[in-house]
Design a protein around this ligand. Structure first.
Ligand code: APR
Length: 292
């Protein structure tokens, strides 16, 4: 069904109470995209002229990022093999409320490991390029599935965090953000207000998406001239549906990823390269084309 125009059924891409999940390939076929589809291979990393022309006059740009944009900062992507101590665990098994109920210490310690990785990491040229691109357009939205805070540290401002932020902690009972607690040796530590277990402020699989962020992301995706999907495997919903929503709304949609994804055949342009290489180049050419 992908790529067909007409009245075929489509996934209700966003509605209140939508949950974080990975859809099976069969389910993904239900997505209907209306638009024109031009895939470009891009082995020499040239930025297509048609994209540059659109960017030269674009007023509004929206970007969706995933774990791939932080790969060059040394933060392993979600679907990469985990390393060291954590090699035998799959993230899909640890990032769930069920896993936390079953073994809160294991889940807390895994997030402690990830949190340390993230705090020690530095924004890479891809993060920095996006912060620069933000300054070149009247309206710019950066929707991220990443919880690492590297876009903020790179200087991006208009960020919509869809899956929370690993550097924040919340009470698993009350949902309140907790910024300090007594070190009593408990793992996980306990909420100073109610004694509930503390957990990272991230959205786990099977948990509801934050409504306000989803609404903002949907609006930004359906009201832009150009939409970039960068460093995401587009298999985790509802974020994975945003590029299709942008297409349906008439945006030019560009994917930046060294590997093909389920969305690649639908993108107007698929720039097959590392974000840290493609994005700095894109900044240079956009800056030149928008200088009068
Ligand atoms: N530049 C661009 N893309 C890259 C790079 C790079 N240097 N390195 C890897 N990638 C791509 C991979 O090819 C892959 O398509 O980044 C993508 C990473 O995919 P995932 O690990 O599936 O990450 P993501 O799409 O962000 O996952 C979505 O799923 O596990 C949940 O909540 C978690 O936010 C995460 C969500």
């Amino acid at each position: 069904m992908v790529g067909h125009q007409g009245s075929a059924p489509c996934i209700p891409v966003w509605k209140t109470g939508v949950f974080l999940s990975t859809l099976m390939p069969g389910e993904m076929e239900l997505i209907v995209v209306v638009g024109c589809f031009k895939r470009r291979n891009n082995p020499d990393m040239t930025i297509p002229a048609e994209l540059l022309q659109r960017l030269a006059v674009a007023k509004s740009v929206t970007v969706l990022t995933g774990a791939g944009i932080s790969a060059e900062s040394g933060v392993p992507t979600f679907r990469d093999a985990q390393t060291g101590l954590w090699a035998k665990f799959s993230p899909e098994e640890l990032a769930t409320p069920r896993a936390f109920r079953r073994d809160p210490r294991l889940v807390w310690e895994w997030y402690e490991w990830r949190r340390k990785l993230v705090v020690d990491a530095m924004p890479n040229p891809a993060h920095l390029a996006l912060a620069e691109i933000e300054r070149l357009f009247q309206r710019f939205h950066l929707i991220t599935q990443n919880v690492d805070g590297l876009h903020q540290r790179a200087g991006s401002r208009n960020i919509i965090e869809l899956h929370g932020n690993i550097t924040r902690t919340k009470c698993s009972e009350e949902g309140t953000i907790v910024s300090s607690w007594k070190d009593t040796g408990d793992v996980p530590p306990k909420c100073p207000a109610c004694g509930g277990l503390l957990r990272p402020d991230v959205v786990w699989f099977e948990e509801p998406m934050p409504e306000e962020e989803m609404q903002l992301a949907m609006t930004a995706s359906t009201h832009c001239d150009v939409f970039f999907s960068i460093g995401t495997s587009t298999v985790v919903y509802p974020a994975a549906a945003l590029p299709s929503e942008a297409l349906r709304s008439g945006a030019m949609v560009v994917e930046i990823n060294p590997q093909p994804t389920p969305f690649t055949p639908q993108a107007h342009f698929a720039l097959a390269g590392a974000a840290g290489v493609v994005l700095p180049k894109l900044v240079r050419v956009i800056s030149a084309s928008r200088r009068f």
